[in-house]
Design a protein around this ligand. Structure first.
Ligand code: ATP
Ligand code: MG
Length: 335
């Protein structure tokens, strides 16, 4: 389990202190894939770099299975670092080394015996499905293949956690997909924990168990992926969710166009298939007009929202809204 507590990192910018990470706390269970999403400059890279101390934080705690990484001496840190693998957008492979040598590198640092290294490299090449490239150089590989090698190198020492900083951002959709399925395989087969940074919600939504949204050095919203899609609270979160960018404009238009009260209904798998709206109209003396909506598929479930106008007597409207809420629909008044 990884616990980050009140982590802070600031930089001196022209005599001013700039808080790149400003009191971040979260925890990730073993075997979980935790996404951190945010706009450029939100502090995501600084945050992950503080987790493995590529950057020295000013304050806070980073506990990996109870061991505070920030309290370790340089020597102790060298040992503990093998518990934290990291991959980058730019792959960061050694260009002068072969694929096998790249993957061997962290094992050599950890003083693993040579025969064991050979065995482990072959096992990892099999795992990333790149056996035939064992003696190739990075320049001879595609972007997706380079990232697979970088992943093999990052997990070579069997770390407890894999940090990915925009690990798929330089890749096309097909390669992104293959890296994401490799992440899933790492979690199921090796029981590792993954913390992945991205600015693309499409990437996070299919794979992350939970997502935290970061802005100006802080986590502004955190939830299970399903719940975040069902009921995003923050404007920035909404703008990250596909189609919701248009919604912001749409919500304004709605406010101008519709005379009655307009609500945003959030629904999940259990409510998605039930005829809740028609029952609501039958049971209460209200009229419902659907204005717009969308559905996203998160793993096995469908979640989404509907913008509807409700007209009718105030008391009936309230009863109708309570009925929706009782049936698991979240209801938020837009106007
Ligand atoms: N070494 C540094 N010195 C000064 N300022 C820095 C340093 N590293 C990062 N920053 C600043 O901290 C802020 C957060 O940067 P960071 O790289 O963590 O953002 P990010 O969320 O990863 O952005 P992106 O999505 O573009 O990668 C930025 O404003 C950046 O300019
Ligand atoms: Mg970054």
């Amino acid at each position: 389990m990884i616990e980050v507590k009140n982590l802070k990192k600031s930089f001196e910018n022209e005599k001013e202190e700039f808080h790149a990470v400003n009191g971040v706390s979260f925890s990730v269970e073993k075997g979980e894939i935790f996404g951190i999403i945010g706009l450029s400059g939100a502090g995501k890279s600084t945050l992950v770099r503080c987790i493995n101390r590529l950057e020295e934080p000013n304050e806070g705690e980073v506990l990996i299975d109870g061991v505070d990484i920030l309290k370790l001496s340089k020597e102790e840190l060298l040992k503990e670092r093998k518990e934290i693998g990291m991959i980058f957008q730019s792959f960061n492979l050694f260009m002068q080394k072969t694929v096998a040598e790249n993957i061997s590198f962290p094992l050599e640092i950890s003083k693993v015996p040579k025969t064991e290294i050979e065995k482990r490299v072959d096992e990892l090449l099999e795992f990333i499905d790149l056996k035939e490239k064992k003696y190739s150089y990075p320049a001879e590989l595609s972007g997706g293949q380079k990232q697979r090698v970088a992943i093999a190198r990052a997990i070579a020492t069997n770390p407890k956690v894999l940090l990915s900083d925009e690990g798929t951002s330089a890749l096309d959709p097909a390669n992104t997909e293959s890296i994401l399925s490799l992440f899933k395989k790492i979690v199921t087969q090796y029981k590792m924990t993954i913390i992945m940074i991205t600015h693309q919600m499409e990437v996070a939504k299919d794979i992350c168990d939970r997502i935290a949204v970061m802005d100006s050095g802080k986590i502004i919203e955190e939830n299970t992926t399903e719940e975040l899609f069902r009921n995003p609270k923050n404007k920035i979160t909404r703008s990250f969710i596909k189609n919701l960018q248009e919604d912001a404009i749409e919500e304004k238009l709605i406010a101008e166009k519709f005379k009655g009260s307009v609500y945003r209904l959030g629904y999940g798998e259990s409510t998605y298939q039930a005829p809740i709206l028609s029952r609501c109209m039958k049971n209460y003396d209200v009229e419902l007009s659907i204005i717009s909506g969308n559905v996203n598929t998160i793993g096995q479930s469908s979640v989404g929202h509907l913008n509807i106008e409700i007209t009718g007597d105030e008391a009936e409207k309230e009863k109708a809204i309570d009925y929706l809420k009782e049936n698991g629909v979240t209801v938020e008044e837009i106007k």
